[in-house]
Write a protein that binds this ligand. Structure first.
Ligand code: SRM
Ligand code: SF4
Length: 566
């Protein structure tokens, strides 16, 4: 260990990473400590790199405190799934694990990954081993490393799906940490020789200053919200062939109330690279951030701030140094929408894919609506894949005509239907928030469906029930549901109170703008009603809600992240 490092110049997490012996820390001791359901504080930082977060059931906090008990600790486990593709066998295994060790639900995340919630410390290892049995892992699903790599999910909407998926997978594999700590701790695989020392050729001994996120998109679909990513690759298609990718850098959603130096930011397009250069470009951009990102202030440690602090020209010059060549000039592209188009579609190869709405990404049985049971029975005989989208939905992909018939039959049997969904609900995202997220100020996943029902009444009145409008809610400004890109964004301020943001656009290329602060439900509805009425009567042909509110000056357009106000 290097005693010459002045740790005052770094955040506490930097020291924890450095002293962890490549992410081991005291995790083994923590796991075997019978006295508490928690792990040691430093280990809570390290466990993230292994794909798990320590949480507590916030619904039970008061009662546990009253009874002088420690909080009801449990863990969320996030499964890495580049491009969101799982086999039916993998789905069935996660379904089983969710019942056996977690809270009985599966969460499909905004980055095409699975989450299990409510796993107690003593079941962590068994759950990870169960995940491993179906050739999945949770490595680097969280932590200061590259996270789950997203890609355009729908095979029926693009013949190039397989190719971008392979690209996403290759980036993900290349940027995995190489420490053997995960295999040692969770899978009981010992190091080959005790003397063997881990090295992290890409990350080094302190990993990245902060999380890092990458996605691939295929225009005209911006279903991975490419401009919200630290690094994005936009496929450039000519004569139905991917000739290369435009590269975007410096996107990010996270921000903190009361800290104007933190803000959401859209990525900049900085050039074009050939398909065979993608993995190298990704690596070098990660290295520029590794070497230049802020390691003292974690609130400003993302690539977006490195770029804003030093300038885009500096970043490009630095990247070119690391690469040894310059990116080519960016090529033209056009996005027409973000989000998912629900329903059945037939791909070029004749196979069928169903994009199925999963409210808040939560797969569970609720009364007569038995989504979890339906998907379990479908998986038992499905001949295609289960693909998670970046909008918390699920595609039952690449099935035959007979498979399609059976899926329809089973969805009917378990009363799962998307027929009556409003255009607003179809385009909704809510982050997890309460009861598990320790950072939530207000509800999101448990509340947005109810609020939407009330907004739908207004939309019905003005004959806008089927109008597609993007609405996203998060329980805090960290932005896990990418709310700053929504046409209607709601961000939790305190229990029952939300900031209302308007003016994002339908293709995910514009940030929204704060309209009103700290609103209750009635206030939200009162604010939205006249705007919706105005939209119904005065919109121009084909004009989207987000564009309308800007044309009518309900809000001014946010032109860049630095301008953004909470
Ligand atoms: Fe997130 C932290 C859930 C996507 C920005 N996010 C968290 C934690 C782990 C809370 C914590 O640190 O204690 C949440 C766990 C809640 C729970 O109980 O499950 C959490 N984030 C989620 C998920 C599950 C939301 C969902 O409903 O789907 C998403 C998991 C994605 C995945 O599979 O990897 C999720 N988080 C995002 C996104 C969207 C994206 O990546 O496309 C963002 C905004 C994009 C970005 O990173 O800028 C996002 N999460 C954050 C931040 C703010 C980071 C920042 O730069 O400031 C935090 C807080 C932090 O890191 O300190 C955070
Ligand atoms: Fe939690 Fe905030 Fe992320 Fe929602 S946006 S999951 S409340 S950190």
């Amino acid at each position: 260990m290097d005693d010459s490092i002045n740790w005052n110049e770094f955040s506490e997490v930097e020291r924890i990473k450095y002293e962890s012996n490549f992410l081991r820390g005291t995790l083994l001791e923590s796991l075997s400590d019978p006295v508490t359901g928690a792990i040691a504080p430093a280990d809570t930082q390290l466990s993230k790199f292994h794909g798990m977060y320590q949480q507590q059931d916030r619904d039970l906090d008061k009662e546990r405190k009253r009874q002088k008990l420690e909080p009801a600790y449990s863990f969320l486990i996030r499964v890495r799934l580049p491009g969101g593709i799982a086999t039916p066998e993998q789905w069935l295994q996660l379904d089983r694990l969710s019942d056996q060790y977690a809270n009985g639900t599966l969460k499909l995340t905004t980055r095409q990954a699975f989450q299990l919630h409510g796993v107690i410390k003593w079941n962590l290892k068994k759950t990870i081993q169960g995940i491993n049995e179906v050739l999945l892992d949770t490595i680097a699903a969280c932590g200061d490393v590259n996270r789950n790599v997203m890609s355009h999910p729908n095979p029926a909407e693009s013949d190039l799906h397989r190719e971008v998926y392979e690209k996403a997978k290759a980036i993900s594999e290349h940027l995995l940490p190489s420490t053997t700590a995960y295999h040692e701790i969770w899978l009981d695989q010992k190091l080959i020789a005790d003397s063997k020392k881990d090295i992290e050729p890409i990350y080094g001994d302190r990993y990245l200053p902060r999380k890092f996120k990458i996605a691939v998109a295929v225009p005209p679909y911006n279903d991975t919200d490419i401009f919200s990513q630290d690094l994005g690759f936009i496929a450039i298609v000519e004569s139905n062939r991917i000739v290369g990718y435009n590269v975007t850098v410096g996107g990010g959603m996270g921000s903190t109330f009361g800290m104007p130096e933190t803000y959401p930011r859209l990525g900049d397009v900085i050039g074009f690279c050939l398909p065979e250069q993608v993995v190298q470009v990704a690596e070098k951009i990660v290295l520029v951030q590794r070497d230049n990102g802020d390691r003292k202030n974690r609130k400003r440690a993302r690539l977006k701030y490195t770029i804003d602090d030093r300038g885009l020209d500096w970043f490009k010059a630095e990247l070119h140094k690391y690469l040894g060549y310059e990116l080519q000039e960016a090529r033209p592209f056009r996005f027409t929408r973000n989000g998912d188009q629900l329903g059945w579609k037939q791909g070029g190869d004749g196979k069928w894919s169903l994009s199925l709405f999963v409210e808040g990404g939560r797969v569970r049985d609720a009364g007569d609506f038995r989504l979890k049971s339906a998907l379990r029975e479908i998986a038992e005989s499905f001949d295609g894949q289960f693909i998670l989208t970046g909008n918390q939905n699920l595609i039952l992909a690449n099935t035959s005509a007979e498979g399609k018939r059976r899926v329809n039959e089973l969805l009917k049997k378990y009363q799962v239907s998307s027929d009556q969904l409003s255009g607003l609900r179809q385009n909704s995202i809510a982050c997890v928030a309460l009861n598990t997220c320790g950072l939530a100020f207000a509800e999101a996943e448990r509340y947005l469906p109810l609020l939407i029902t009330k907004i739908e009444e207004i939309l019905q009145e003005y004959d806008l029930f089927n109008e597609e409008i993007i609405i996203r809610m998060t329980g805090c400004p960290n932005g896990c549901g990418r709310p700053y890109l929504a046409e209607i964004g709601l961000i939790g301020k305190s229990e029952g109170h939300y900031n209302l943001y308007l003016g994002g656009n339908f293709n995910g290329t514009r940030l929204n703008t704060l309209y009103k602060e700290t609103l209750t439900e009635n206030e939200i509805l009162d604010e939205l009603r006249p705007i919706i009425a105005d939209y119904a009567y005065n919109r121009q042909e084909g004009e989207r809600f987000g564009d309308f509110v800007i044309r009518k000056a309900y809000v001014l357009e946010t032109k860049e992240g630095k301008q953004f106000k909470h």
